[in-house]
Design a protein. Structure first.
Length: 379
């Protein structure tokens, strides 16, 4: 098929060897082109940009990403999101395509970014996140009329088996809680276990977040390295307030009263009545676990909650309780607010955790060792 020329510098059409169709336009020595599977599809694309000015080809990919991060991400998103996007760009995207002209980037180049990440042994989650960052950045460039097509469309991610998440066995829980017998943080760890809450959510929790009437915990804030802010998903979600969880809240309240705690808002403040730093909490718990001969982190208790309730709660219920969204890698990618089965969930959770102390007793009695009672513990 010969080139189909159009008047007034509106460009020309031609059929490529692979069967696709291409449109080219040159104005003042600058050229741009668009391709599509069909002529009809191509003309629709051309119609949307043919009268727009041609962007200089010297516009580098790195220039655009820097502008995009500073103008569209930093002032509009959470600091943690900005830091995460910049880190992914600096480590994985920039080395591969940062020096390239923005207009020259094709789907092949984006797929190569993913391929190089895969060669480094990075997880599917990290590669999906890099694809997400690139898609948002290029989509914005297209909306700003800097490029004519988004090259991130139809990019595939290698399928990898996710690494198993660390869950704690009953005997490991027994060792950890025995090591924490005299720790002021013991009730926070029990509470984290029976609710599945994240470390940052736990530390930011206030007494005002406890809906005693409807037996729900309102998760609206999280404490992180960047300070107090929204939850990981930037959404408010609810956790059923089981009778087991209420017991540990009562034990925590009793402990704070004995300490003459000055902070009347936070449920789990540090000994200075302040919100504890997440990394400090991590170190504290890891130290007790190490002393008990167990390797564990705060998130292990969240995973253990999921493991112990997996056959008692539906997948939908777990998603709602954990507040999952597309950035999480546990269970499904879509979470929602807790549904009307709250009362049933509370009973089911109590069924799971109500007898855990008996199991711990059995293990400890075999070794003739003293163990913390699941209920009626002393501080």
């Amino acid at each position: 098929m010969s080139k189909q020329r159009n008047p007034n510098g509106s460009g020309s059409y031609r059929k490529l060897k692979d069967g696709r169709y291409e449109w080219r336009q040159t104005i003042d020595g600058q050229q741009r082109s668009i391709s599509a599977k069909t002529m009809k599809e191509l003309k629709e694309k051309v119609k949307s940009i043919s009268d727009l000015p041609i962007i200089k080809e010297k516009y580098k990919t790195d220039e655009w990403f820097e502008k995009w991060l500073e103008v569209y991400i930093k002032p509009l998103k959470k600091k943690a999101t900005y830091d995460q996007y910049r880190l992914i760009y600096q480590n994985h995207i920039k080395p591969a395509i940062g020096s390239r002209k923005l207009l020259s980037i094709k789907s092949f180049d984006i797929q190569m970014v993913i391929a190089k990440m895969n060669e480094k042994g990075l997880s599917s989650w990290t590669m999906k996140h890099a694809r997400k960052v690139m898609n948002i950045a290029f989509a914005r460039a297209m909306k700003d009329k800097i490029i004519t097509e988004n090259p991130v469309i139809d990019i595939e991610i290698p399928i990898k088996q996710a690494k198993p998440r660390k869950t704690l066995k009953i005997n490991e829980l027994a060792k950890i809680f025995e090591a924490m017998t005299h720790s002021r943080w013991i009730w926070s760890v029990w509470f984290m276990l029976v609710t599945g809450m994240r470390r940052g959510e736990l530390l930011a929790l206030k007494w005002a977040d406890i809906d005693w009437d409807n037996k729900k915990i309102i998760i609206s804030k999280s404490n992180s390295k960047a300070g107090l802010g929204d939850t990981k998903s930037s959404k408010i979600h609810h956790v059923p307030l089981s009778n087991t969880a209420i017991y540990y809240l009562e034990k925590q309240k009793e402990m704070l009263k004995n300490e003459f705690n000055q902070n009347k808002e936070l449920i789990f403040p540090n000994s200075k009545s302040e919100m504890m730093v997440p990394n400090t909490y991590y170190t504290m718990l890891a130290r007790f676990a190490k002393n008990a001969g167990v390797k564990a982190s705060p998130h292990c208790f969240r995973h253990t909650f999921v493991y112990l309730t997996r056959n008692k709660l539906s997948l939908k219920d777990l998603q709602a309780i954990l507040g999952h969204d597309e950035s999480t890698q546990t269970l499904d990618m879509y979470g929602d607010m807790i549904n009307d089965s709250t009362a049933e969930n509370i009973t089911q959770i109590d069924d799971v955790f109500g007898n855990i102390d008996l199991e711990i007793e059995k293990i400890k009695s075999k070794k003739s060792a003293k163990i913390i009672q699941f209920k009626n513990r002393s501080i």
